[in-house]
Design a protein around this ligand. Structure first.
Ligand code: HEC
Length: 85
């Protein structure tokens, strides 16, 4: 720690510590909103690909269904890589 660091000094009627805590909370909130958006994006992508699989199955096109299934698994994996742990 830097000698003479002004801990407890008042800034606008509040301590430095109170101010940085508030700043940190703001950053965390922004971060979680951003993650939620990314999560939702993957979820929507998943749904789109699932509909694609459904269409190939309804058409009875098994080779295409296999490919569509693989594309779904890609989304599973990319979401787990980012969010599961
Ligand atoms: C939009 C993100 C997302 C997508 C897409 C997704 N998952 Fe997950 N999955 C998660 C998260 C987050 C967890 C961890 C949940 C937890 O631990 O509470 C999880 C957990 C799991 C688990 C473990 C469950 C457990 O109780 O441990 C399995 C199995 C799983 N997912 C399978 C799949 C499969 C198969 C797909 C694709 C068909 C898929 N997931 C797509 C986010 C996703």
């Amino acid at each position: 720690m830097v000698a003479g660091m002004p801990f407890g000094r008042k800034e606008g009627g509040r301590t430095r510590e109170e101010n940085s805590l508030e700043e940190l909370q703001t950053i965390l909130q922004a971060e979680s909103r951003c993650r939620a958006k990314e999560f939702h994006g993957l979820y929507v992508e998943m749904e789109k690909r699932a509909k694609g699989l459904q269409a190939t199955l309804q058409a009875g096109d098994l080779p295409k269904a296999g490919i569509a299934y693989g594309r779904i698994l890609e989304v599973c994996a990319s979401c787990h890589g980012k969010f599961r742990d």
